[in-house]
Ligand binder design. Sequence first.
Ligand code: ZN
Length: 358
Amino acid sequence: MSVKTANRLERLRQSLAEKELDGIFISQADNRYYLSGFNGSAGYLLITAKDTILATDFCYVEQVKRQSPDYQLFQLSGGVASWFPGLVDELKLNQLGFEAGEVSFNQYRQLADSLSAPKSSVQLVPVEGVVEGLRAIKEPEEIELISRAVEITDRAFEYIEGVISPGMTELEVAWELEKFQREQGSGALPFGIIVASGPNAALPHAQPSERKINSGDAVVIDMGATIDGYCSDFSRTLCPGKPNDTFKKVYDTVLGAQLAAIALIKEGMSGGEADSLARTVIEEAGHAEAFGHSLGHGVGLAEHEQPRLSPNSTETLVSGMVFSIEPGIYLPGWGGVRIEDLAVMEQGGIRILSKGNK
Ligand code: ZN
């Protein structure tokens, strides 16, 4: 077994023991990949103190042999009722965790019904965030992969700064960015690129449209790349043409809020404390209502993962975490400004990974 997989499984097993679980049934795709190296789109892991089983159907059997040679392969066929009891019964489990946030109501019913035979001893126990908690703290090689995705996004931004001009549509700008990042080696992009101009920029998650960019518009760009499944996440707000006073004031406030957070976030703080460092600056500028989302979120195999940097977050920021710092101000009818960088917590403080101009 690779050292990487063995370490991750050891941390998982510690966590299972603390929760008094005999095993865990993993169905979430990123968790499956993280623990096994298998990146196919269908399959389950069943991990106990002794067993590491990867259950998948015919389409992925060869892929599993290649990507997860250390796992015992269990081939699925037919509906849940025809394989789930066979998968778990041999293992003599009592408490089997399953990912409550991932299993649909129908799937849960099928799993539970398939175990209802009188002799099954297995109890399904809903758990949340078990593997996600492990994933929140990155290994050096994960930080390296995220950094490579960040570099691609940085280069794409530098490119678009030279290309964007009034008259282009949001969709044209988004496509230039998508193409550029894929040409630079990114895998499938982690989320649809946001290019939101003028009044559209007041929608934090606007989708690019046919709208032509006007001179003086605020244009929010939010994008990411992936390397081996690891994401970057990056936002900037541009103004093709001459920025007016509103733009300058709003932009300076958002930048001030972001720089305050960057200067003051330290290891050991809670996500809530980190959020308030930027939020206070925006509140003091009179825009409390206009910053309606959280300051940031963890980034890794998912573009949104633990930790949360939001007003009520009690998660502690510790070494190895990678998260975004992205305050924004959104004014309906006018537009918006968001500035986002990725940071890694190390040696007590943060290091900013993204290098794009701001
Ligand atoms: Zn983000």
